[in-house]
Design a protein around this ligand. Structure first.
Ligand code: AMP
Ligand code: MN
Length: 324
């Protein structure tokens, strides 16, 4: 089940040797970044290690049920020293959004294409459906016990990062890990209900407003959603409530890609989603962002009048390219 990774034993030995570790992941955390960090932290604590998790941003409310979520510290930078820093889910160091990481002993564990290999040890596996798949293997290699808490963390990560077992990169390894997760006695349906049946009525209302105002471009193959603060206020929502809405237009057969424009105080945040071979990652990279083939994102700080048009044109090119 486990592909050979030269870095895995190296990371295991480094973690077994050291005493104190810092774990971090990307800004605006998602299910995979949270689950990966919490699972690895619990495994290391089982082995008697001192572990701190520091993130740039707090977790969205739906993840409040995750065991030990409250142990995650929110800070803009790190000062104390550690035997090693494990950075999960970050294709480059700046994605963490936490300062003071440079120059430390860094272990980079990631599954995003285009990882900058910024660590002293770089374990990069684009075949993993979630970073937590890699973390599960690491936890096992460390000899830690797969507790219900670790199982819950990893399951949330896999469930959310695969779009509820719909995206690419789901393999026999994914189901083997889920089998071991189920054996710990956790209730996968209850976990899914926590994540997906726990939203506010405002979010439901906002979904209606956004879909009602959805535009279709490029022969109705690109669905365009847009939100601003006024719409959030109107629906009684905060930006966390937008999570996942970007995927909805893909349910229409004709739609090949979704562009979601979110006006924020840091600029225009753009989320891209696509189907099949439509490579939206390339579009995101061309605007300074990144992600995966079918899910990517970026932020435009200084908007020009034709920025939105340019973004749509590049997505249209990605669709045309995938048809060839
Ligand atoms: P989002 O639309 O924010 O859910 O992001 C979709 C995917 O793109 C996730 O895998 C993110 O990690 C990735 N992503 C989003 N923004 C960026 C960025 N600025 N740089 C690199 N990857 C990104
Ligand atoms: Mn991920």
């Amino acid at each position: 089940m486990t592909p050979a990774h030269a870095e895995l034993p190296q990371i295991r030995d480094t973690l077994l040797k050291g005493c104190s570790f810092l774990l971090t992941s990307h800004a605006r955390p998602d299910g995979d970044s949270l689950g990966s960090q919490l699972a690895l932290a619990e495994a290391l604590r089982q082995l008697g290690k001192q572990v701190r998790i520091i993130n740039a941003d707090p977790a969205p409310d739906v993840y409040a049920f995750l065991p030990d979520l409250s142990t995650i510290e929110i800070a803009a930078s790190v000062e104390d020293s550690f035997d090693a820093v494990v950075i999960l889910e970050c294709s480059d160091l700046s994605r963490a959004g936490v300062g003071g990481l440079e120059g430390r002993p860094l272990i980079n564990i990631d599954h995003h294409p285009g990882n900058a290999m910024y660590g002293d040890i770089n374990w990069h596996d684009v075949s993993a459906c979630a970073c937590a798949e890699m973390v599960f293997e690491l936890v096992t290699a460390l000899g830690a016990h797969i507790t219900p808490a670790i199982a819950t963390d990893v399951y949330v990560a896999i469930l959310t990062d695969t779009g509820s077992f719909r995206h690419a990169n789901i393999t026999a390894r994914t189901f083997e890990i889920c089998r071991q997760i189920a054996e710990t006695g956790i209730d996968p349906a209850a976990v899914a209900a926590h994540v997906f049946n726990n939203g506010s009525l405002g979010r439901l209302r906002l979904t209606g407003i956004l879909l009602d105002r959805m535009r279709l471009e490029h022969h109705r193959r690109i669905a365009v959603l847009a939100v601003n603060d006024a719409m959030l206020t109107e629906a009684g929502c905060d930006p966390d409530d937008l999570e996942g809405i970007v995927n909805l237009p893909l349910a229409a057969q004709r739609v090949r890609a979704v562009v979601f424009f979110k006006e924020t105080d840091k600029g225009l945040r753009v989320s891209l989603r696509s189907k099949e071979g439509v490579d939206v990652r390339q579009v995101a990279v061309s605007f300074g962002g990144g992600g995966h083939l079918n899910a990517a994102g970026f932020t435009v700080e200084h908007l020009a009048p034709d920025t939105r048009g340019q973004i749509l044109a590049r997505v249209a090119t990605a669709i045309t390219g995938s048809d060839e």
